[in-house]
Design a protein around this ligand. Sequence first.
Ligand code: SME
Length: 160
Amino acid sequence: MSRTSLDGAQICQKLDELIASGVGFDSILSSTVDLLHNANPRFHWTGIYELFPDNTLRLGPFIGSPTDHVFISVGQGVCGSAVAEGRDKNVPDVSKEPNYLACSSATRSELVVLIRKGDRIFAQIDIDSHDLDAFDVSTESEVRAVADWLADHYQAQRGS
Ligand code: SME
């Protein structure tokens, strides 16, 4: 049995409806976090970090406890190393990850999915769970569907 009820296509459809109703991009990002966070009870902290030209990730909308890690340099932590290595990160046990920045002592596993078009990285979805190994392959792929939807709209916002 799958451990997720998360349906990425359904979230993308809701986001399409919001875009069609004329809401701004900041509101789309907040709604994305809200829809993702509420789609899976194992998501205890859900946020978006945006990549700025100075190679810093800056925290955008999030749901969960406030974090000290509002700015993260590329290469630092799970978030920054995902950007540096150009790949998503699924960390089943953060206590075994040497390059980990603790957000909350309750966090046991973490998923970072890049919002990207080819080599161009716009942002990332970061999700923490209090459960070990909370992100199975299916969950990861549903989150990726949402990240890919956002990438199309980042590209439209920022130009190619
Ligand atoms: N754990 C992240 C930092 C961000 S908090 O999880 C919100 C990291 O290692 O980069």
